[in-house]
Write a protein that binds this ligand. Structure first.
Ligand code: DX5
Ligand code: ZN
Length: 220
């Protein structure tokens, strides 16, 4: 497996050809497929639901990294699990009982993650670390692709890396928003080991495979 996991966000793909997009990033070397689920309520945009995740599932065997920007999340977890999610990530302020939400995801036998918005403190994770398989640092405010990386999040990544190392567990530390070949290196130095990228993969200068390699910091 790769040291740095790359999870291209299909939010930046052609929505009229999502199956093809998933097959293309799979063969271009993506480690995971990042699916941004937005409800027009928790965030000011609406994207895709469980039916689309289910339709995409046969197009790749890679990890479906499903990022729920919806409130409440709890009533939809079963549907996203049934659709084929491998990891479900929720926002702590999208529901009243984060611990219960994480237990509910894990009770389905898949991995659970928590996403922190740019203004959200790592302290919200202090009492749920033992339930986590992934922490996702939002380096933009959630809702849209193509925004600029917020540099203050690098210190948060470093803080979370120390918190994860203190657990001795293998919690994925993923960064999402404005990740390009330059900011990717800053994130990796700060301790991230997974990177989401929408624009940098789907609208980058090279082929998908070159764009993914550039995020890892290597030539194709
Ligand atoms: C934003 C989403 C991101 C987005 C990233 O709310 O969570 O996953 O697709 O897009 P880029 O990489 O273009 O910033
Ligand atoms: Zn996302």
């Amino acid at each position: 497996p790769n040291d740095i996991l790359i999870s291209p966000s299909i939010l930046s793909a052609d929505f009229a050809a999502l199956g093809q997009a998933v097959r293309d990033i799979d063969s271009a070397g993506a480690d995971m497929i990042h699916v941004d689920v937005m409800d027009g309520h928790y965030v000011p945009n609406i994207t895709i639901g469980p039916a689309v995740v289910k339709a995409l599932r046969p197009h790749s065997a890679k990890t479906f990294d499903v990022h729920l920007m919806i409130t409440p999340a709890d009533p939809m977890i079963g549907a996203f699990v049934d659709a084929g999610s491998d990891i479900i990530t929720v926002h702590p302020d999208a529901g009243p009982h984060l611990h219960r939400t994480l237990q509910s995801i894990k009770a389905h036998g898949i991995k659970a993650g928590v996403a922190l918005n740019p203004a959200t403190s790592p302290r919200v994770l202090d009492h749920v670390m033992d339930s986590l398989d992934m922490i996702l640092v939002m380096s933009v405010n959630p809702g849209f692709g193509g925004q600029s990386f917020i540099p203050s999040q690098l210190a948060k990544i470093a803080e979370l890396r120390a918190m994860i190392d203190a657990t001795g567990r293998d919690i994925i530390l993923e960064v999402d928003g404005g990740v390009n070949p330059q900011t990717a290196q800053d994130c990796i130095k700060a301790g991230a080991n997974a990177l989401v990228a929408g624009s940098a993969v789907f609208k980058g200068a090279g082929t998908y495979s070159e764009n993914i390699a550039a995020l890892r910091g290597s030539q194709t």
